[in-house]
Ligand binder design. Structure first.
Ligand SMILES: Nc1nc2c(c(=O)[nH]1)N[C@H]1C(S)=C(S)[C@@H](COP(=O)(O)O)O[C@H]1N2
Ligand SMILES: [Mo]
Length: 572
């Protein structure tokens, strides 16, 4: 077997090694970047930062397509996309740089610059955010040159290229320690035949080195070194992740003891839920609460050092620590939050008990210029929402929330503080990881989603959803309930009607209303015939306004339309 293709095999092996050297170099560079990200506490690795900038800069049609295609995993998909792209490029760079080392230098410098550039694009990024990318580029290039048997610094001959002590294939040359990448070159890398490498990168005349990609390493040693480098990359990445976790806000959240509300609410009783098996709970647990944001990695914002600024068109700028904020007095409120991207029948809606400081108290402290008509909530990660100042003063719930269902905000839901505003879609009203409230005008400032095609003003539309029977389940024959939720925050739900096939609209039984800021559960009895049935629901808000029948897309200001679903009914 071995001696087939005697002529082609070495050439192919050589190519393979060249390509592999590019890939290994990229992997080791990224591993080093993860480690540096952890050490420098810059939170985002170069891959994440590039993916984030792609999300940010992509036209909304593309982002929307991505969200539809990958759903909740859209960010992960993008990170994988960046990694796949990088893999392909680095294979090519490996191949080409064997003959033309300058390509390696240019490519890794390019990687470093793209990463660093992206890092600086992220709003609020410190200058240190460029470090992981620069480290990735440098370590990657060194690895590439090491694997290709070149002097590590272009233009210099390799110092003391002593014959490798472990040249015999029987010893164990590669260790899995990080030292392989940095210290090993001197003793593991023989120079190319003929002495110091001519380096085309620096225009040194002479034949380009064709001895690249582990020229001096026999196959076994090349594999061992590769394995060592892969292990280093893996350990470095894992170490970086572990460091990030350690420096994260997890500890801060764990240690935080929330003050209680001035007038705590009584625990929720069961009466707000209809008693139907399989029904969605009236209160959504933190673990089940939908999560929507543009952040690839959850921003880590420990309470220590966090402040909330109130600024813009105000008499006095405020800067409040967490304790100073809470000292303004906390209230509790049940509010159902809804995402504008929720489709008819969708799951991007949740109901929680929020603990927070009424925004109005902050505005009273700061003194608002009457000409200000927009309140902007800015996040530590640069995200902004914007809604009418009147929503903070017209009596509805509008909080800087610090607690959710009796706990500090979960990190993914905005720890340590976020906005919660009843009756407005989350994208205009619910900034997580809040760092700043700015008073301005709608003319002067467009919040994050507005230039991306979404409406500047976005009250939540009346909506109902059938939860039982669940989509995709076969329904047993016999008497049972159809049940679901309906919401029209700040207006309240007046009536829900259900229709089966071509039957009449029948009015459903509504659970008691907790407040007009929360959803309401409903149910209606049903005795289906075996076969299939189409169930539809429609809701009316408290003043009798029906929701429109026609379906519309979430863009630009929220989906509308009756929900209908087809279910299979089993034979009795
Ligand atoms: N910082 C930040 N806050 C944000 C967003 C975001 O992308 N970044 N998304 C908003 C949107 S679109 C919605 S629907 C709500 C969702 O809040 P949740 O993830 O806690 O459910 O957060 C809002 N706040
Ligand atoms: Mo949203």
């Amino acid at each position: 077997m071995r001696n087939h293709d005697q002529g082609a095999a070495p050439e192919n092996h050589h190519r393979l090694r060249c390509a592999a050297s590019g890939l290994l170099a990229a992997a080791v560079g990224l591993g080093a970047a993860e480690l540096t990200t952890g050490i420098t506490r810059t939170w985002r690795s170069p891959v994440e930062v590039v993916a984030e900038v792609v999300i940010d800069k992509a036209p909304s049609s593309v982002t929307k397509f991505g969200i539809e295609l990958f759903g909740r995993n859209d960010k992960l998909a993008l990170v994988i996309g960046v990694l796949v792209t990088l893999t392909l490029i680095s294979l090519v760079v490996g191949l080409v740089s064997c003959r033309r080392p300058v390509v390696g230098v240019v490519a890794f410098a390019g990687f470093a610059l793209i990463g660093a550039g992206a890092a600086l694009q992220v709003a609020g990024a410190p200058l240190a955010a460029v470090i992981p990318s620069l480290v990735a580029g440098a370590v990657g290039l060194l690895t590439l040159r090491f694997l290709q048997g070149r002097p590590l610094v272009p233009g210099r001959s390799r110092p003391g290229a002593a014959p490798a002590p472990a040249a015999s294939a029987t010893t164990t040359p590669a260790t899995t320690s990080p030292a392989v990448a940095t210290a090993a070159p001197a003793d593991e890398k023989p120079v190319s035949p003929g002495g110091p490498d001519p380096d085309p990168a620096l225009g040194v005349p002479g034949a380009p080195s064709t001895g690249g990609a582990g020229a001096g390493l026999d196959r076994r040693r090349f594999l061992l070194v590769s394995a060592g480098l892969v292990a280093f990359a893996g350990f470095a990445a894992a170490g970086g992740r572990a460091l990030r976790e350690r420096f994260s806000a997890v500890q801060s959240r764990r240690e935080l003891v929330l003050p209680v509300a001035d007038e705590p609410l009584t625990p929720l009783s069961g009466r707000y839920g209809v008693d139907v098996e399989g029904m969605t709970p009236f209160r959504t647990s933190n673990a089940d609460f939908y999560r929507i944001d543009t952040a690839l990695t959850v921003p880590q914002v420990p309470v220590d050092g966090w402040t909330l600024d109130v600024k813009g068109m105000v008499d006095r700028d405020l800067t409040l620590t967490f304790d100073e904020l809470c000292a303004l007095g906390l209230v509790e409120s049940d509010v159902t939050m809804t995402c504008v991207s929720n489709r008819v029948g969708g799951e991007l809606v949740g109901n929680a008990r929020w603990l927070g400081v009424p925004v109005e108290r902050l505005l009273d402290e700061a003194g608002v210029d009457p000409a200000a008509d927009q309140l902007v909530g800015r996040s530590v990660d640069g995200y902004t929402c914007g809604f009418p100042v009147s929503a903070a003063t017209d009596g509805r719930t509008c909080l800087v929330a610090v607690g959710m269902n009796g706990e500090p905000l979960p990190l993914e839901h905005g720890f340590p503080a976020r906005l919660v505003t009843a009756g407005l879609y989350g994208y205009v009203s619910a900034t997580k990881w809040l760092s700043e409230i700015e008073l301005t005008t709608f003319d002067d400032f467009e919040a994050y989603w507005v230039p991306r095609g979404y409406a500047q003003q976005a009250p939540i539309k009346t909506q109902c959803r059938i939860d039982v029977p669940r989509t995709g389940t076969a329904v047993p024959a016999g008497r049972q309930f159809i049940a679901g939720v309906a919401w029209a925050q700040t207006r309240g739900i007046g009536k829900v009607e259900v229709k089966v096939d071509d039957g009449p609209w029948r009015e459903a039984e509504l659970a008691p209303e907790l407040s007009n800021e929360t959803w309401r559960q409903w149910r209606i009895d049903w005795e289906p015939q075996p076969g299939s049935a189409r169930i539809a629901c429609r809701a009316f808000d408290a003043d009798g306004t029906p929701m429109p029948e026609e379906r519309s897309e979430p863009l630009p200001d929220g989906a509308t339309g009756w929900q209908s679903k087809l279910v299979i009914v089993q034979a009795a």
